[in-house]
Design a protein around this ligand. Structure first.
Ligand SMILES: C[S@@+](CC[C@H](N)C(=O)[O-])C[C@H]1O[C@@H](n2cnc3c(N)ncnc32)[C@H](O)[C@@H]1O
Length: 306
């Protein structure tokens, strides 16, 4: 598959597997009845598989509700509503006016221009009690204008990232339209459950698990959402799937920046007659801007039971 044929998440998801797709996709079965993307995040993986249907699950309810909205609303309606929010808050719109219009320096991009407007948007989003369509569209715009397009909530449930350098530029818009078209023309469904609650069907399902990585820190994991207990529960869940005759693939890192995922390593070793490890060629060097040694390699793997 050519890279330009791939569907990319409109959310630029942290830990997203878009760049790894050329290495992961060839290991999936050719055609599945239902592909269960059990930690779907930005949907980068499920959106690019050959399957009669896809179930996207993630315990982040906001992203799941946003994707549902993208699927049911007319694409033009979604774009119009996003553009209306951008206009209402006076945020930059480089796709219409170009970058010179905002007289921004290249180092801070559009951040200076957008800062106050973004803070007003963030405040309105955090104060909104009604979880209606507008709430989810506000969320999308917030992510587009947020630092590195990331998603992060504090322990009180408030979105707390500062403004970023970018805006709803032509590239973001194009990505969104392509993604919406994919959702509208494919047999996809959504759920927002903890992975343990997803009941698999041995007659139809292939399960792909891309959990938060125990030994690397992603923003969606900062409030202690993923720990050893979850890691063990996931490995048990996959063992159970295997016993039921269900094929699975698990993404993870075995080691990163001097840390080793011992739980995963032990599990792989004690199941080496059943499960296979595929080492991928990828480094998370750009994912954390505060890391001193940006070049440290991670042992990114795909573990499969077929
Ligand atoms: C590495 S990201 C997935 C990225 C995705 N594969 C992509 O390419 O866009 C892991 C996801 O797991 C979700 N998650 C964390 N704990 C979970 C749980 N207990 N049940 C289901 N999803 C969970 C997070 O919200 C996050 O979106």
């Amino acid at each position: 598959m050519q890279v330009d044929e791939l569907i990319e998440s409109p959310l630029n998801y942290t830990g997203g597997k878009y760049k790894l797709l050329p290495q992961i996709l060839p290991f999936f079965p050719n055609n599945t009845t239902r592909f269960v993307d059990i930690f779907c995040g930005g949907c980068n993986v499920g959106a690019n598989v050959k399957s009669e249907s896809v179930l996207f699950n993630d315990n982040n309810r906001i992203i799941i509700e946003l994707f549902k909205l993208f699927k049911i609303k007319e694409c033009n309606t979604t774009i119009r509503r996003i553009e209306r929010i951008i206009k209402k808050y006076g945020l930059s719109d480089s796709s219409k006016h170009g970058y010179e219009f905002y007289s921004c320096s290249s180092s801070d991009g559009l951040a200076t221009f957008n800062k106050d407007k973004f803070m007003r948007l963030r405040e309105d989003f955090n104060n909104r009690t009604k979880k209606d369509e507008r709430y989810y569209y506000l969320f999308y715009v917030l992510v587009v204008y947020a630092f590195n397009n990331q998603i992060r909530f504090n322990s009180k449930g408030e979105f707390n990232l500062p403004v970023g350098k970018r805006d709803f530029n032509s590239c973001m818009k194009e990505k969104l339209v392509k993604f919406i078209n994919y959702l509208k023309t494919t047999n996809v469904s959504f759920s927002a459950k903890d992975f343990r609650k997803i009941v698999l069907n041995p007659d139809t399902d292939f399960v792909y698990a891309d959990p938060p990585y125990l030994i690397t820190c992603a923003t969606y994991n900062e409030n202690g959402g993923w720990g050893e207990k979850e890691e063990v529960a996931l490995l048990e869940y996959l063992d159970k799937a295997h016993v039921q005759g269900i094929k699975f693939a698990l993404s993870n890192v075995l080691s990163s920046k001097g840390k080793v995922n011992k739980i995963l390593l032990d599990w792989i070793e004690s199941n080496d007659d059943k499960y296979r490890v595929i080492h991928l060629n990828y480094s998370y060097s750009n994912s954390n801007y505060h890391t001193k040694d940006k070049k440290t390699k991670s042992d990114e793997v795909l573990v499969v039971n077929y």
